[in-house]
Design a protein around this ligand. Structure first.
Ligand code: MV4
Length: 637
């Protein structure tokens, strides 16, 4: 086995590969760009080599610098991860030329899968089902149109050199064909400098089901079952799961065997993924084959109990596959949600900045977090703004889905906007819970996911009102406890009048909409979680998460009511976390400490620029409402 490998990647996948290498006693070399000088993967590796300025084109994509880093450190092999150079034939060739083992497939396999039309010709010969259509070399427009007329409309024009949805165009009627073909060719030339077109039957909202395959250097090949990756937005996967909802053992076997035929047809070695389109009739068709380990491989690891990076290292070292097909089984169900620093309310624009708070759910045998950043790191403009992959497992899909929504509601991230509310709404929506997934899901369920329906507001408004009243009464209780007449009824902020609490009129912002609610103080249901943030609070419910804020004068959810920087506990509760170091300079409004009370999180923020001189309580300690939590020294005092 290798004694030292170099990881030619960054972020979560680099950390993940290092984790397995350490488990196997293999020394690791990280490479880093200027922006990643202090990154987690650099700190986890045994050695680290600077490979260039921050832009990927000047660092992680510079083949010579990576090869040189491996040679200078005595690494015997290079793991490319995914993205970057992982499917770059030149990189694989240069590893071979420098007697460095490329932990991946042979160059020929990468080349064979590089062109859609070449790949489809290979698959046709290997008896792998293809979408009915034309993928020949004759690109005479009349031939292409004839193939469309014969198969019937709608058809899909696809650029042979395309990928990830780029260079596709649907044609619904014959009289639009010529114009659509010309436009598709222009786009393909501009994007790929290659205008070869495929013409295929257009499958209406198919599912994306992919099969994990593994082949060794001794002609052994197995599949490790399927992953359903239909939940995509603009061809970016959002939530993946294994096994696929509604999959039957018979269909699984047919797809697995077709995937193995596909891999064998190109003398594959290593980890590969064969992507299929699965239509509503249960027919499946080859889409493309990826010659790398996929981002979403952890869901396969969770249901199969296998470490796929360990398999990659063993196969690259010439060992036989660790398991036969008969030894592989599915146990339970797993989901992966990709947590990104992006803003779903603003067209998913990346949200770069410092992660002033990053607290992941506790990892257990049911919850795995693959991340490449820690609290305080920058989410930079240079790379994919992924914060982490949240992976959950349980014995069946319903239980696994509950683990996913629970874990999402426990994530605490501040400093950047994240897609967590979007993920939570997807995972808690009715159609997703029922497993009604296909590639059109997000477009089809926009209104529900983004809570634009009246029934969402009707559901959330009373719950939001209860959260506000509960916080308001807690604050009132704190004031009462500090006063000379703690039991005076005038301290109750529920407008007490010789009877039980009377209804209150509240005006609340829920998302972009304002609602009026008449509410009485009542216990919030146990499955509702309230998490405060600077602008209000998130209401995590079984029907999704709703961002709420008060649209009236202070209703008791604000800390520092008197504006003078009240650093006292707003109510009885427990200190959850201290977010700054004693003595570290902080700016006005920065969160210093978080405590939990009444199922709500309360952030104690800096009243001014300055520094904390002393924290009076440690995480886990109980505090009484009104207790002073810390000593703060204002700047210049
Ligand atoms: C298709 C299709 C419907 N019919 N081919 C999108 C990217 C590329 N991997 C292939 N894709 C599609 N090919 C036929 N004949 C629909 C898609 C498609 C899609 C496929 C998988 C996952 C997400 C998708 C989103 C939109 C369209």
């Amino acid at each position: 086995m290798f004694s030292k490998i170099l990881i030619a990647n960054r972020g979560e996948i680099a950390c993940r590969i290092i984790r397995t290498a350490k488990k196997m006693g293999i020394a690791t070399v990280a490479v880093y760009s200027a922006a990643d000088r202090n990154a987690l993967h650099v700190n986890l590796a045994d050695e680290a080599i600077y490979i260039g300025p921050s832009p990927s084109t000047e660092s992680y994509l510079v083949i010579d610098n990576i090869i040189q880093a491996a040679l200078s450190t005595g690494a015997q092999a290079i793991h490319p991860g995914y993205g970057f150079l992982s499917e770059n034939a030149d990189f694989s060739r240069q590893c071979d030329a420098n007697k460095l083992v490329f932990i991946g497939p042979p160059v020929a396999a990468i080349l064979a899968m590089g062109s859609k039309s070449a790949a489809k010709n290979i698959m046709a010969k290997a008896n792998v089902p293809l979408v009915p259509g034309y993928h020949g070399d004759n690109q005479n427009p009349a031939i292409l149109k004839q193939s469309a007329d014969e198969m019937g409309y709608p058809v899909l024009l696809k650029a042979a050199a395309g990928g990830g949805g780029k260079g596709m165009r649907a044609v619904y009627h014959g009289d639009e064909f010529d114009q659509a073909l010309a436009a598709a060719k222009r786009e393909a030339t501009n994007s790929f400098n290659d205008d070869i077109m495929l013409v295929e039957r257009y499958l209406q909202q198919p599912r994306h089901v992919e099969i994990q395959v593994f082949c060794d250097q001794h002609n052994n090949a197995v599949h490790l079952f399927e992953r359903d990756c239909s939940l995509q937005r603009r061809h970016q996967k959002v939530i993946e799961e294994a096994p696929a909802p509604g999959m039957t053992p018979e269909l699984r076997q047919r797809m697995g065997e077709a995937a193995i035929r596909a891999a064998s047809a190109i003398n594959y070695q290593g980890a590969g993924t064969v992507e299929f389109l699965l239509d509503s009739s249960g027919e499946f068709f080859f889409m493309e084959m990826n010659t790398r380990l996929q981002v979403e491989h952890p869901v396969t690891e969770m249901i199969s109990g296998q470490d796929l990076v360990e398999w990659q290292l063993r196969v690259a070292n010439g060992e036989p596959l660790p398991c036969t097909q008969a030894q592989l089984n599915i146990r339970g169900h797993a989901f992966e949600a990709r947590i990104y620093a992006e803003d779903p309310e603003h067209d998913f624009l990346p949200s770069t900045g410092q992660l002033t708070q990053l607290r992941a759910p506790r990892e257990t045998s049911h919850v795995r977090i693959d991340s490449g950043v820690i609290e305080g790191d920058e989410v930079s403009v240079f790379y994919d703004p992924m914060i982490a992959k949240l992976v959950v497992w349980d014995s069946d899909r319903d239980r696994a889905l509950e683990r996913l929504t629970d874990a999402l509601s426990e994530y605490r991230i501040a400093g950047v906007t994240t897609n967590i509310p979007f993920l939570y709404n997807l995972a808690s929506s009715g159609p997703f819970r029922r497993g009604d997934v296909d590639t059109g899901f997000i477009d089809e369920h926009q209104a529900e996911i983004f809570h634009r329906r009246k029934e969402d507001l009707d559901y959330a408004a009373p719950l939001a009102a209860q959260a506000i009243l509960a916080a308001q009464n807690q604050s009132a209780q704190k004031v009462a406890e500090q006063s000379s007449e703690p039991n005076s009824p005038w301290h109750l902020m529920n407008h007490w009048r010789n009877s039980n609490s009377s209804p209150q009129q509240l005006r609340i912002n829920i998302g972009e909409q304002q609602v009026k609610v008449t509410a009485e103080t009542r216990q919030l249901p146990a499955n509702i979680k309230v998490v405060r943030d600077k602008a209000g609070f998130n209401l995590f419910t079984p029907q999704g998460v709703f961002h709420c804020s008060k649209s009236q004068p202070d209703l008791g959810l604000d800390q520092n009511q008197d504006g003078s920087g009240n650093l006292n506990a707003p109510m009885n509760g427990t200190v959850v976390t201290l977010l700054v170091e004693v003595g570290a300079a902080v700016i006005k409004g920065e969160t210093l400490l978080v405590m939990e009370a009444m199922k709500m999180e309360h952030s104690i923020t800096a009243p001014n620029n300055g520094r904390v001189r002393e924290f009076f309580y440690q995480p886990g300690e109980l505090v009484d409402g009104g207790a002073e939590l810390l000593a703060f020294e204002m700047e210049g005092s």
